[in-house]
Design a binder for this molecule. Structure first.
Ligand code: NAD
Length: 467
């Protein structure tokens, strides 16, 4: 028995076993949570499959109402959900409140969309209409860095299109998702939304399940490749939102004092555990020293601590494995560059790492070439802007990127030359629900959000009649 139950066929049920969820700020359990067995996954998929025919026949207005009701339920419970999110994920409470509110806003946003049929011919010789039909059961798989907002990229879009859903949060952050499921469960008929939790052991079974028609996956590139392979046999649709190694290119005409805090925030928010964080910064040689100094000042002043404590800017790394991995990247930085702020853990309890700035480092170092996904930022010197773009593009990843400049015409052209799904100019990591978001190259397949993201939860059908 646990307070955090699975949602299967409209019922909150215990898992066949339980698991502890650890607070990364204290390394102590926050709560026990239901853990689904493979048989319970099968029950969830069977419930979603059984609910699909009726749900897919509801009107879009009925589905919109359900999404708005879910948004209301989430919004009415922001303090409780945010506190849980901070306790399991580590992020500061105000950021957690923002994430929960954002999730409710994304449900509300999708409720404003439509999936209209398009008439392409209607004349004496015939009528042709392009329609979009739901796919069936969607498997939605979410990572641990933004459990609720990333869930809200998927679930409302899938439901609005008339699909049913089996949702699985990451093993280390299931609590806020399970609690949210309990809050919204009565907004839809039983089986339309099912939520299970695992110990990182049911992903492959979801991906290969014969009764799931599409996998909407957010996580690492490595796992994304396994998802694609696992989905091949049943020819499932996949949308993959994967890792990134976003470059921020800073031109020589910016004011370092004004720009450094924005870059710092883009790199360190959520303690660097953001798919679209600025993960390597290329700075023009004319302002390189000044930018490094400003970034180091900000890192030195950063308040790292328990997200429940007031004034905390940066929480811990979310889990021990990621904590160890990031400490390893700091050592790569020490070997290949010069650490000018931070450089290791803070305290001896909790997975805290001081924001770390590494200068005099360049491409070819693991810290520059790989996705560190944590609070350590390499700052790289360049002299020629087109060379900086070429170095930014010399990566398997292509999720986001940014160019920072006073001369925005030049910045616009440089940005267009970056091989990434999104490139920002004079900002970074600005996601909005109406803009499609997706990665190039190894950063993913397809997109989420916007009308484009919604359409990915549908199958095109052409009705073509002779007259
Ligand atoms: P991960 O790939 O280890 O896990 C993600 C999810 O996949 C978890 O729910 C996990 O249980 C599940 N999973 C594990 N094995 C599976 C399998 N064989 N089949 C299907 N699912 C399986 O990723 P993570 O470490 O939790 O998240 C960090 C990564 O996610 C980073 O690389 C980050 O850049 C990326 N990310 C991408 C985006 C984006 O939108 N592009 C957003 C956030 C995070």
């Amino acid at each position: 028995m646990s307070d955090f139950k699975l949602l299967i066929n409209g019922q909150l049920v215990d898992g066949d076993s339980t698991m502890d969820v650890i607070n990364p700020a204290t390394e102590q359990p926050v709560a026990q949570c239901a853990r689904a067995s493979k048989a319970q996954l099968d029950q969830a998929v069977a419930a979603a499959k059984a609910a699909f025919p009726a749900w897919s026949k509801t009107t879009i207005d009925e589905r919109r109402k359900a999404l708005v009701a879910m948004a209301d339920a989430i919004q009415a419970n922001i303090p409780e959900l945010a506190r849980l999110l901070t306790q399991e994920q580590g992020k500061p409470l105000d950021a957690a409140m923002g994430e929960v509110f954002g999730a409710s806003a994304f449900f509300r946003y999708f409720a404003t969309l439509d999936i209209p049929a398009r008439t392409v011919q209607d004349d004496a010789s015939g009528r042709v209409e392009i329609r979009r039909k739901p796919l069936g059961v969607i498997g939605a798989i979410v990572p641990w860095n933004f459990p609720l907002i990333l869930m809200a990229f998927k679930v409302p879009a899938a439901l609005l299109a008339g699909n049913t859903v089996v949702l699985k949060p990451a093993a280390t952050t299931p609590l806020s998702t399970l609690r949210l499921a309990a809050l919204v469960k009565d907004c839809v008929p039983p089986g339309v939304l099912n939520v299970i939790a695992d110990a990182n052991d049911l992903g492959a079974a979801i991906t290969a399940h014969p009764d799931i028609r599409k996998i909407s996956f957010t996580g690492s590139t490595e796992t994304g490749k396994r998802v694609m392979a696992g989905a091949a046999d049943a020819l499932k649709r996949v949308t993959l939102e994967l890792g990134g190694n976003d470059a921020a290119i800073v031109m020589g005409d910016v004011d370092p004092v004004e720009t450094a805090p924005k870059i710092f925030n883009a790199a360190f928010q959520n303690s660097g555990q953001v798919c679209i964080a600025a993960k390597r910064v290329y700075v023009h040689e004319s302002i390189y020293d000044a930018m490094c100094d400003e970034l180091a000042k900000l890192a030195d002043a950063a308040v790292v601590g328990d997200g429940l404590e007031q004034g905390t800017q940066f929480g811990p790394l979310q889990n021990k494995a990621q904590f160890d991995k990031v400490l390893g990247y700091i050592e790569e930085g020490r070997k290949d560059g010069r650490i000018i702020a931070g450089g290791g853990r803070q305290g001896d309890k909790g997975y805290f790492i001081r924001p770390t700035i590494v200068r005099d480092i360049t491409d070819g170092s693991k810290l520059v070439d790989e996705e560190q996904f944590g609070p350590v930022l390499p700052v790289i010197k360049y002299s020629d802007a087109s060379d900086a773009v070429a170095r930014a593009n010399a990566s398997d990843y292509g999720l986001g990127g940014s160019v920072w400049a006073r001369d925005t015409d030049q910045a616009w052209d440089l940005a267009a030359g970056m091989d990434s799904g999104t490139v920002w100019i004079n900002k970074h990591a600005d996601l909005q629900p109406h803009l499609p978001f997706g990665g190039a190259k190894f950063s993913g397949l397809g997109s989420e959000l916007g009308q484009e993201g919604l359409n990915e939860f549908t199958q095109i059908q052409v009705l073509n009649m002779a007259r």
